[in-house]
Design a protein around this ligand. Structure first.
Ligand SMILES: O=C(O)CCC(=O)C(=O)O
Ligand SMILES: [Fe+2]
Length: 282
């Protein structure tokens, strides 16, 4: 590796460690991103079949009332979508297993192989509440899995974009530290209780947040423990083509915020390139 590349690697690594997120500009060819965005826009809203959705179930498009804006985001589109959507699925797979992505993740954590656990294809702006992605996927110990968030069109402050609370990498605030019981209640209750308490704690310190305004070819990555939420879009609802990818370094064991570790499905890994494997959905 050349000296310039190594120095740049060191500076993004330091930034990621200190702040728990990193913006990469011009990482992917604009044409590649535009082509995917066009396909999504052209193929998904008019698709009448069932696709796997964010909740894991198969369902047809659910539109915001009176619009053609799809609100139930397709899940794992990089593995498969419906008949006729194969070119889109291949393009998503190529994007999330690209050397361009591996190079940039490697600049953050120096891992040599990554496993893609999940993709979510958002067609419309989300209204995601304050949360940590660790509750969906994390490594064991926590903090080393990444969320890669890739806009598939140019976005601005009205687009309903994710916003991040800068967060030291690997910093865990436990339920106990928030004064919460760590065994009472269902997972759902614990999720809501935890995030409410963490939110209150952060708000009491008047935090500054970071809202990257990304263009085609850029992406942002944040760590599993970095708190974030979605800003409102104007108008609402609005089209906002984007891809969320949950990725971990393959060498790390994995689980989620509560289950440390949990990795009982390692058998379902499929190596797709020298640097990426994909976890097959169950
Ligand atoms: O797409 C968004 O607005 C945020 C979604 C989110 O929380 C995530 O990708 O982890
Ligand atoms: Fe998230």
């Amino acid at each position: 590796m050349g000296i310039i590349k190594r120095l740049m690697g060191n500076s993004v690594r330091r930034h990621y460690r200190a702040r728990g997120y990193q913006v990469f500009r011009g990482a992917f060819p604009k044409d590649q991103i535009s082509a995917i965005g066009d396909m999504v826009h052209r193929l998904i809203p008019g698709y009448s079949g069932e696709l796997r959705r964010q909740d894991g179930r198969f369902a047809t498009n659910d539109f915001f009332p009176g619009t053609t804006l799809v609100r139930n985001a397709p899940l794992h589109g990089h593995v498969s979508l419906g008949t006729g959507l194969e070119p889109l699925s291949h393009a998503l797979c190529a994007l999330v297993t690209s050397p361009a992505l591996a190079d940039r993740l490697q600049a953050l954590d120096r891992a040599s192989h990554y496993t893609v656990h999940q993709t979510l294809l958002f067609l419309a702006a989300q209204s995601t509440d304050f949360h940590l992605d660790s509750w969906s996927l994390d490594t064991a110990p926590r903090g080393f899995s990444h969320t890669v968030w890739i806009p598939l069109q140019d976005l601005d402050f009205r687009s309903g974009v994710p916003s991040l609370v800068p967060w030291p990498h690997g910093k865990v605030v436990t339920e106990a530290e928030l004064g919460l019981p760590d065994d009472g209640g269902s997972r759902d209750e614990r999720y809501h209780r935890y995030h409410r308490a963490l939110y209150d704690k952060l708000m009491s310190a008047s935090p500054e947040v970071v809202t990257p305004l990304l263009r085609r070819g850029d992406f942002v990555v944040w760590s599993s423990l970095t708190p974030h939420f979605t800003l409102p879009s104007y108008p609402f609802p609005t089209e906002r083509l984007s891809l969320q990818v949950l990725i971990r370094p393959t060498a790390n064991r994995w689980g989620d915020f509560l289950s440390q570790p949990y990795d009982r499905t390692s058998l379902q890994l499929q190596k797709v390139t020298e640097r990426f494997s994909i976890r097959q959905p169950t």
